[in-house]
Design a protein around this ligand. Structure first.
Ligand code: C2E
Ligand code: MG
Ligand code: MG
Ligand code: MG
Length: 281
């Protein structure tokens, strides 16, 4: 009886696994082609400053308009690019193109680039950052790298050294998706981040969840005390923006201000007035 079950399991399990592996290989090959054929694009989402009342920078977000399947979310293809190591080449492309694009913007507007943990372990990050700045001519002060805790969990000392070297160049370092990992507070002690981005899952329900309110208040408070800028991601509603303003948050990002936009739109977007807070707040 148990033999039969075993066989059933075998014949059910294996074809499904191999299909998943085939799908991944297929996607990896298509992604590699998209990269070499220049089919990858960057969309830019503004980051708005509570104090200045102005747009202070844009985050570069990777877009893959797949020829037959339509747009594929980075949440779906970045993990595959990471598994296969292709993220190293993709990351190099993103850095260079984001820096070059930012050269078309007013010279007080920053650009933020997401960096995968794999780019640290591949040891190419420092070289790629230097070469993107050199090729584009962008001043390092206008570049920010967004890293997640994943980059710090393995090889911590080696990665902190790389981060330190990058920061010494004048580039800003932001800790992305804060609150979703494990020992976030420990990392704040070990490295002086310029910004901390509160994950949008906390912003989603900040008006209704006491827990999210506690996290948002704590992070904004810690940042203020440590002279770190706090950034709220995923602001979709006016009332969320007003709440974050009261908590002393530094920057806001989210659909309320704008969705990620094509590079052609950025200059026109910057020319519009950008007042988002309600008058009473
Ligand atoms: P992330 O870095 O945390 O980026 C924020 C994500 O939230 C983006 O999703 C953005 O479009 C989305 N978002 C912004 N405001 C709102 C809002 O108000 N509501 C909602 N529902 N969503 C909002 P996106 O562009 O799909 O990117 C997903 C993730 O993929 C990014 O999360 C980042 O981890 C990764 N990613 C994107 N581009 C790159 C890249 O060039 N390199 C690497 N390594 N990762 C990237
Ligand atoms: Mg990010
Ligand atoms: Mg984030
Ligand atoms: Mg996030």
């Amino acid at each position: 009886h148990s033999k039969e079950e075993g066989r059933n399991q075998y014949s059910f399990f294996v074809p499904e696994m191999s299909q998943a592996i085939k799908d991944k290989r297929e996607m990896e090959m298509q992604l590699r082609d998209a990269l070499s054929n220049g089919e990858l694009e960057l969309a830019y989402q503004p980051k708005w400053g509570f104090r200045s009342g102005e747009v202070e920078g844009f985050e570069a977000l990777l877009r893959w308009p797949h020829k037959t399947r339509g747009p594929i979310s980075p949440a779906d293809f970045i993990p595959i690019a990471e598994e296969t190591g292709l993220i190293v080449e993709i990351g190099e492309w993103v850095l260079l193109h984001a820096c070059m694009e930012a050269m078309h913007w007013p010279n007080d507007i920053e650009v933020s680039v997401n960096v995968s943990p794999i780019q640290f372990s591949a040891k190419s990050l420092l070289k790629d950052v230097r070469s993107a700045l050199a090729q584009s001519g962008l001043p390092p002060e206008r570049l920010e790298l967004e890293i997640t805790e994943g980059a710090l969990m393995q090889d911590t000392d080696a990665n902190l050294e790389i981060l330190e070297a990058i920061r010494e160049m004048g580039i800003k370092i932001a800790l992305d998706d804060f609150g979703t990992g494990y020992s976030s507070l420990g990392y704040i002690r070990r490295f002086s981040f310029d910004r901390i981005k509160i994950d949008k899952s906390f912003i989603n329900d900040v008006l209704t969840s006491k827990d999210s309110q506690a996290v948002v208040q704590a992070v904004c408070g810690i940042c203020a005390n440590l002279n770190i800028e706090s950034v709220a991601e995923g602001i979709e509603e006016q009332i969320q923006l007003d709440y974050l303003n009261k908590e002393g948050c530094s920057q806001a990002q989210g659909y309320l201000i704008a969705k990620p936009m094509k590079p052609e739109i950025v200059s026109e977007f910057l020319e519009r007035p950008h007042r988002y807070l309600t008058k009473t707040s």
